[in-house]
Every structure is written in C-alpha cells, then in structure tokens.
Write a protein that binds this ligand. Sequence first.
Ligand SMILES: *Cc1c(COP(=O)(O)O)cnc(C)c1O
Length: 378
Amino acid sequence: MNKRTILAQAGARRDPRTGAISMPIHPSAAFRHSALGQSTGFDYSRTSNPTRQVLEETVAELEGGARACAFASGLAALDAAMSFFSGGDRIVATEDLYGGTFRLLERFGRARGLDFIYLDTSDGAAVLGALDQPGVRGLFVESPSNPLLKVADLKTLGAAARARGLLFVVDNTFLTPVLCRPMEYGADIVVYSATKYLGGHNDLIAGLAVAASPELGERLAFVQNAVGAILGPFESWLLLRSLKTLDLRLARHGENALAVARFLQGHKAVSNLRYPGLESDPGHRILSEQTDGFGAMISFEVESRAKAERVLSGVKVFMFAESLGAAESLVTFPVFQTHADMDEGLRTRLGITDRLLRLSIGLEDKDDLIADLEAALG
Ligand SMILES: *Cc1c(COP(=O)(O)O)cnc(C)c1O
C-alpha cells in the first residue's frame, strides 16, 4: 500500500467490535483472562497495549520493518537500540549528533563498557577506514546531522556495514519514513524522536525504534518490556492521529524551508548556510538520489554572538525555543541549548559556535517567515 494511504488511515479499521474509525484509547493496565491459557493477546500494558500496538504496527508497515516499538521519548528509543551492544564493543558514530544522544552515549554507553569513535559520517572514506578498526561492532548515523546538516551516504555505509556484519543504526528523525527509508540501504534499526515531525504539533514527547528483522524486533520488544520506558496509550493515540497528516505537513515544511533558505542565501548577514535542499549544499546530491525530500532544518552563522542574540530576541513569528519538526517555526541557539553538554573543544572543532543558529521551518506562510527573518537580521 502507498504510504499516503497507510498514513491517512492510521488506526482505522482496527476496532471491529465498534467499527471506530479513530483507534480507541485503551488505558487499561491489565486484561482479564476468561480461563487459564485463554488470553485476548493482552495481559499487562507494559508488555503490550492495544492502542500502542496499532501505532507500532502502523509504523513498522510505513518503515518496511519487521517490528516497531514505541517509547516514552526519542532518547529511550535510542537507549534501547544501544542495548544491542555489549561491553568491549566499539561503535562508529556521527560526531555532530543531537546533544542528548551524545550525552547518552558518553555518560551511559561508556559506563556499560561501550567505546565510540566519532567522525564526520558525511566523509565516506573516513567511515570505511574506522569500520575496519579492531572491536568495531556497530555504526550509528544521524543524517542530516544536527545542527550542521551533514548528509551521510546511507547506501555506501549500509553496504559496508553489511559486508562486515555490523549492526547499522540510523536516527532518521529529520527526514521521517515519508522522505527516507534507511532500511532500503541496509539499516538494521531505525530510530525516531517522534516528538519532532512524526508528532508534529509540539504537544507530545515520544520515541520509536523499528527493527528490520523479526529477530532484532523480538530483542527490541524484550528491552521495551524489561526496561519499561513505554509510550502510554493516550500519547500513542495522539501520535496515530498526527501520522494522518505527516505527508501533507512534510510537503509544506519542505516548500517553506526551500524558500527561506533561498532568502538566507542572498543575505549579507548570513554565512556558512546549510540546507541540503539548496543545489550548492554538499549534501544535495546524495539526498536527491536517496530520499524523497530534504527536510526543513536550516543552520547558519551570523557575524557575532551579539548579533545572534539580537536575532533571537528580534523574531516575532519564529519562536526562540529548543525543539523542531512541528507546525510552529522555531529558532534554536545550539551552543547554549541542544549542544550545551558537548565538550567545548569538540564543539569548536565541529563549528558549533556562539554565532550558529538553527531554524526549524514550520507550516506558516513562507512570506511571513522571510519577512520576520529579514527584520530580525537587520
Ligand atoms: C530530539 C532528538 C532526539 C531526542 O528525542 P527526545 O524525544 O527529545 O527524547 C534524538 N535525535 C534527534 C535527531 C533529535 O532531534
């Protein structure tokens, strides 16, 4: 079935008893058995819940994976993916990761005995070299990366991971399964912060992890039940509802982002503009070949920290806030917000400076967004 049809009918036809078109919310913690050995398939909602299960099945179908698990947040989903590794394993990872992911790997991954080799995963040759280092068991890629929007060649990396028998994990939060399906390029696990585009309304914290094979899916579900960082039934329903408009929303997000990026491209106060939808961007060619769109995240530098602060306080349509992927356009100051936990030396080397701003382009009228930036940039 086409993904637009899967999305539009997310949760529909799933309650034969009543015919409800909107999937009912089942808050029940436990489920009654009529006799020993007789179960509806549900026992206890940490293990499985009817509303959450419909969300998980819808996402697995959308992604083309064997099984999806819904978690309380994107970081809980990432933590579940990391639990596939054990002490002594080394994992090659994108260096400019989402700050919270970086903190998870450094503070908890290392405590579990994992070792991480961070590098620019848009540099294919560097990644291939690192994969051959002793002890490497996995490859973890965020693409486009955050906040520098560097694009990884998933096809080349997936083939290299497969040839070496490595677990390939992709954080596809910025593109969603509507624009990019990493499993087509060999990803074993795809992870989302569903708080972002999948939720899309700034009213929900949620995460998803999707496994390519039934074996990996079973392990993921084991971790979900054993650790218990599950998504509740109300949030599961809200996310199902959000999915219905995902395709439409992404089309508008992308159209607006391209218009804003083109405006910024010609602005004298803007430097180091990154938006892979621009033909001049280093990530443009790979995304053109491997995805159905470029997303709606933009980053750029201004001349000074003072200027960046003036933009943050000067905007009237954009809001200065720390998230992305929803209807409302947001501007973020990564060095003090999303990436505050990253070591300063590493931040400077990566180019996450106190002059770098990140935009999440929302669903407003594009001319209003451009006029707002024009006024704030001065
Ligand atoms: C926000 C985000 C996360 C973390 O997700 P939460 O839902 O906030 O826990 C992980 N990866 C990326 C790319 C993100 O943007």
